[in-house]
Design a protein around this ligand. Structure first.
Ligand SMILES: [Zn+2]
Length: 48
């Protein structure tokens, strides 16, 4: 999906609004490296 980067981003893990620089990982954005780590781990074994 092509989403405009000017839109408000929300953390894919904690759903917080990302007002600082987003952390991109695995095609998703997170508010911080900690969430990026947790988020990528949480879906790692989902099978999709
Ligand atoms: Zn977060």
């Amino acid at each position: 999906m092509a989403e405009p980067t000017t839109e408000k981003l929300k953390c894919a893990y904690c759903r917080d609004e990302i007002t600082d620089k987003p952390v991109k990982k695995g095609g998703k954005v997170y508010c911080c490296e900690a969430c990026a780590f947790q988020g990528s781990q949480a879906k790692a074994c989902d099978g999709r």
